[in-house]
Design a protein around this ligand. Sequence first.
Ligand code: FMN
Length: 367
Amino acid sequence: MSNLKNLDKSDILSYTEDTPVLMESRKNDHIQICKDKDVESKCDIFSKIRFYPEALPEFNLTDVEMKQSFFGKTFDLPLLITGMTGGVEKGQEINEALAAAAEKYNIPMGLGSQKIMIKDPKYKKLFNVRKVAPNLFIIGNLGAVSLNYGIKLDDIKRLVDDLELNAFALHLNALQESIQPEGERNFANLLSKIELIAKSLQVPLLIKEVGSGMSPSTFQKLVSVGVSGVDIGGKGGTSWGYIEGLRSNKEGQRLGELFKNWGIPTDESLILCSRRNKELGYNIPLVATGGIRNGLHVAKAVAAGATMAGVGLPLFRAAISPEKGETALESVEKEISFFKKSLSIAMFCSGAQKLSELSSRVVREAL
Ligand SMILES: Cc1cc2nc3c(=O)[nH]c(=O)nc-3n(C[C@H](O)[C@H](O)[C@H](O)COP(=O)(O)O)c2cc1C
């Protein structure tokens, strides 16, 4: 499956050097695998959270209010397109379709890691979605571990300026880097580096897991160093350990299988971190990502304490595999429209006219 040419994958635990050629090859692998393979962990998230059905909502379905404030801006839905591709031609097309749709629906959008652009500025055009979405709230992205491999505060500041970013996300992906053939595995002393970025960056800093979930103690550590928001990125959706296994040798594949279902489920991580958020009076915005597949999931995430729900794989697939006769943009818009409609129905049928009323409509919580 992998296009990696010059990489000796005989020992998946020893390789650490990363170059634009390897990065481009890896991004192409990710796109191909996420398009074609069953990459989701098996976990029925949010099944334990149910809403009281309201037979008599006493308002019009069209009057459901789904606006949400996040990082100082008001969006039309509590929905965020989570950071995905970039760094390859195909990634540019996907990002532009996602960006134009996000702008139309007035929701924020994350970009995939810009590490390749730091290494070689010629890749800027692949991330430069501002030209198709002048008003979009754009969140930049890098792996936090890159801070141990030469990426500096000034690199991030430059990305914010060059791509006209409104916020920046650093992802935590220890499992992915552990199994990735060319992974960067030195996670030592990252918290102090995250603190430096949080305190020095001109835009809000979001810290995101990518599928293993966040424990309340990690959440607390991050908040204590001044991050602006946390995406708990739980188990239940795209499994990055498994994907890296598919790019690896036999041992890596076994590791990917073994850890496909690793992590705290999205609902559980969200509930625990939200509780800690309230107990300590932090009031930090939480994003729930990992297996969010419809508006009912979004409603449950908001009821359980999320400000926004992040969606990755379904929107990626909508962009890369539109139906016959449909453009990538139309396909993404159709998918976002489904999220919007199903969220409004979940609110209407549980009698919650506003997002803030959803939590009081929950029958019982998972924990
Ligand atoms: C094709 C693809 C590429 C991704 N690339 C990145 C990335 O560069 N940086 C990042 O933080 N997360 C990346 N992610 C992870 C997502 O942001 C998200 O955390 C994860 O996919 C879980 O959400 P999902 O279950 O809705 O897909 C990527 C996801 C997909 C599907």
